[in-house]
Design a protein around this ligand. Structure first.
Ligand code: SAM
Ligand code: SF4
Ligand code: F3S
Length: 424
């Protein structure tokens, strides 16, 4: 039997898909293109309407495939299965819906659906393993859900309140990964800095310390941080733990205090800039990246220019810039959507161009430098691809045997988006 899984959205969803693939492959399914599959699963995202629109369009195609093959099983998982449940329940060609908070019941739900379809229950052995996308770098959940309730964001509603996984469980999982040869772990959560708030004696700092003690793991990354909870003490901890990479992803969202307050972000532009200065002082060889939203209801030209000004001051290495999308059920929804789309697009393009210049500004000094790169794959042109400790993509010529190794690469060319060089 064959399956097709399509994933939308963030790294948490990509990691959930590693669990979904692990389960279905354990049940005896093999990956295939959608038109040959017996089982199709969409792992969806609700962060903006555009993310949901992609799923709605694809569901239209699946309806046609199912009309030709009524035995096909189709399931919708992920954040949209939670947020847009009423809409999805009306689509009578779907066999199951399962939101992210129910993902642990997926093996039982799928078995039930298959039995009802007359498909004999497949071979199952516990525990289910993630089907990891590669053998070098592994995602590890440390917190689930979010309790921050940023005014624009659906995540707390679809993924539930923030909870930390028990530290023993995380450490065991990472020891196992190290035993399997993984060199890097990427710790996942919507606000990893809040890890352990409800577990006496634990904190994100302590967790980093414990993970750094695990033999074999050479690099530790984490995402996402929340600027409000990113303390100076954490910066110093990271500085003193050589395995923790010098990449700080600090989503700022806006450079205007008025907008930040309306967004319920819990920090001011001054506090954010102070944190950035502290990082640059203490960890000078580092990268700082961010997320920005343009066209939030309270963002007029003045507020937008404050974001431009903040970008000029920080000169981020990279930024994910998105246009605001009103999400029903969030507190900002009541503010309407007063910024016209043409204006949102203008602001988006303006910031994208600014960011292109800043990324180049950050990458230019790397020309001639020798950087440590973890080799993760190969591009279609035959170049090896890896990441620097600062999370920059680096391309270079080299033998396939270098895959999964840490190598020293002398950078010869840079663009705003990547580095190119040769192995030393
Ligand atoms: N937890 C992370 C944080 O606090 O920044 C990010 C999680 S969120 C799923 C990823 C990014 O999507 C956010 O940083 C924000 O920039 C963007 N985002 C979330 N809701 C949005 C909305 N309604 N419209 C536009 N962008 C949005
Ligand atoms: Fe959404 Fe804010 Fe939570 Fe990030 S911290 S997931 S933006 S509510
Ligand atoms: Fe991620 Fe999208 Fe859900 S960004 S948490 S998959 S809404």
């Amino acid at each position: 039997m064959k399956y097709f899984l399509k994933t939308y959205g963030c790294q948490m969803n990509i990691h959930d898909s590693e669990f979904i693939s692990g389960v279905v492959e354990e049940m005896g399914f093999f990956p295939s293109p959608p038109d040959e599959a017996d089982l199709i699963i969409l792992n969806t995202c609700s962060v903006r309407d555009r993310a949901e629109q992609k799923v709605r369009t694809y569901l239209g195609d699946l309806k046609k495939i199912k009309s030709k093959n009524p035995r096909l099983v189709i399931g919708v998982m992920g954040c949209m299965a939670s947020r847009a449940r009423d809409y999805l329940e009306r689509l009578n060609f779907l066999d199951f819906l399962l939101g992210p908070t129910q993902i642990e019941s997926f093996p039982a739900v799928l078995s039930g659906v298959l039995k009802n379809k007359g498909i004999s229950p497949p071979r199952v052995s516990l525990p289910f393993k993630y089907k990891r996308a590669d053998k070098i770098s592994a995602y590890v959940n440390i917190t689930l859900g979010c309790s921050n309730f940023c005014s624009y964001c659906v995540v707390p509603y679809v993924r539930g309140r923030e909870r930390s996984r028990p530290p023993e469980e995380i450490i065991e999982e990472i020891k196992d990964l190290s035993g399997c040869g993984f060199l890097e772990v990427i710790l996942l959560g919507q606000n990893v800095n809040a890890y352990g708030k409800e577990i006496p004696g634990w904190s994100f700092e302590r967790l980093l310390e414990k993970i750094a003690e695990i033999d074999g793991i050479q690099r530790i990354r984490y995402t996402t941080s929340h600027p409000r909870d990113f303390t100076k003490s954490l910066v110093l901890k990271i500085k003193n733990l050589p395995k923790v990479c010098e990449h700080f992803h600090l989503p700022v969202q806006s450079g205007s205090n008025k907008v930040l307050e309306s967004m319920n972000r819990g920090y001011s532009r001054e506090e954010y800039l102070d944190l950035v200065s502290f990082i640059r002082e203490e960890v000078p060889v580092s990268s700082i990246t961010t997320d920005l939203i343009v066209g939030y209801p309270e963002e007029g030209e003045r507020e937008f220019l404050e974001t431009v000004d903040l970008m000029e001051r920080v000169k981020f290495d990279h930024a994910y810039i998105l246009t605001y999308s009103p999400r029903p059920g969030t507190s900002a929804f009541s503010l309407g959507d007063p910024v016209p789309s043409s204006e949102k697009e203008r602001r988006l393009h303006f910031l994208q161009e600014k960011q292109r210049q800043h990324s180049l500004f950050r990458n230019l000094p790397l020309k001639g430098e020798t950087l440590e790169v973890l080799v993760e794959g190969k591009d279609p042109k035959g170049n090896l691809i890896g990441r620097t400790r600062t999370n920059k993509e680096a391309f270079f010529r080299g033998e396939e045997s270098l895959l999964g190794k840490l190598v020293r690469v002398k950078i010869e060319e840079v663009t705003p988006w990547s580095l190119k060089g040769k192995e030393l």
